[in-house]
Design a protein around this ligand. Structure first.
Ligand code: PRP
Length: 181
């Protein structure tokens, strides 16, 4: 096995495990939407760009892909749950069958904001998908597709970052505490 980057404590979920699960979620979505002509996948930047790309290429149901970019207000110490919209969708979703694609659900504030915002635009249906969900108290948001439940530690890889680094690791890894504390 190749040496891990010095910031990494351990691999939590391997590339193979992720790819297998992404294919399973795609198959579930195909099953659920088999009567539907067209679906809109909304990937949430930046973290979900890799998951959205992989999931999209495995879903057989006809679909388009759009993106939104969301950010938390302030730094970690100031974070009060408020999120802001950095970049909106290119097209309206009124009357469309929409699936929001997130990389991770942590506190749930981002998904809660997205759910309320997108529901307010009157889609024909709205479902949520997250590849990772932390095992911790989070806001009660409807989750339709969840890839893995993971420990409440700082994770990087497969789109997830530490200070915009490590996003392109093909696996999910726990960051060493002394890197961020
Ligand atoms: C991360 C992740 C989710 C959000 C989840 O985004 O990509 O969008 O946090 O956290 P929550 O459940 O506590 O709201 P981040 O704000 O780090 O931005 P990024 O995706 O651009 O890295």
């Amino acid at each position: 096995m190749t040496d891990l980057h010095p910031d990494i404590k351990r691999i939590l979920i391997t590339e193979d495990q992720i790819q297998t699960r992404v294919a399973e979620i795609a198959a579930e979505i195909d099953q659920d939407y088999k009567q539907i002509d067209m679906v809109v996948l909304i990937g949430i930047l930046k973290g979900a760009f890799i998951f959205t790309a992989d999931l999209s290429r495995k879903i057989v149901t006809p679909h388009s892909v759009d993106f939104m970019s969301i950010s938390s207000y302030g730094d970690q110490a100031e974070f009060d749950g408020a999120v802001r919209l950095i970049m909106d969708l290119r097209k309206p979703i009124t009357g469309q069958h929409v699936i929001v694609v997130e990389d991770i659900l942590d506190t749930g504030h981002t998904m809660s904001y997205l759910y309320q915002t997108l529901q307010g635009r009157n889609p024909a249906s709205l479902k949520t998908c997250t590849l990772f969900k932390k095992k911790r108290d989070s806001l009660d948001v409807p989750l339709d597709y969840v890839g893995f439940e993971i420990p409440d530690v700082w994770v990087v890889g497969y789109g997830l970052d530490y200070a915009d680094t490590h996003r392109t690791l093909p696996y999910i890894a726990e960051l060493k505490k002394d890197v961020y504390s």
